[in-house]
Design a protein around this ligand. Structure first.
Ligand SMILES: [Zn+2]
Length: 143
């Protein structure tokens, strides 16, 4: 409400996210094993990424696992200089959106290339990785 007094807290708020993976744990298991898979709705054929247990197109809960594919073309990118708290120890990094051969757009870090060498339309490859803590993730690299 206008004119209402507001208390501005200077305390740091910390949030914890528990992401439910019970129906999509195959994705993480496959990623750990070095494979990229995703969900395909067995009712309407819609392929989604990130994997979704319930089809956003037809709401069916029936799905199968299919290979995601690794070849991509760079659509757009940005360099992140001011890193979020969760990446406070990271150097500046490049975030890219790549279009896979199956038409899906994937957002991931683009690693192993100098910013000056990054060009929209360039060929990239999606690669599984593992963090120091053993958590699987995926990045784009120049193909
Ligand atoms: Zn569907």
């Amino acid at each position: 409400m206008p004119g209402e007094e507001v208390l501005h807290s200077r305390r740091t708020l910390s949030l914890r996210f528990d992401i439910p993976i019970s129906r999509t744990h195959e994705f993480w298991d496959a990623l750990k094993a070095g494979r990229l898979v995703t969900t395909k709705c067995t009712k309407c054929g819609n392929v989604t990424f990130p994997p979704q247990a319930d089809c956003p197109k037809c709401s069916s809960g029936e799905f199968e696992w299919v290979d995601l594919g690794t070849e991509a073309k760079l659509l757009t990118y940005t360099q992140v200089l001011i890193t979020p708290a969760s990446f406070a120890d990271s150097d500046p990094y490049i975030i890219a959106i790549g279009k896979l051969a199956n038409g899906l757009n994937v957002l991931a870090w683009l690693e192993g290339i100098a910013l000056e060498a990054v060009k929209p339309g360039m060929a990239m490859r999606l690669e599984p990785r593992s963090s120091k803590e053993g958590n699987p993730y995926y990045v784009f690299v120049a193909a």
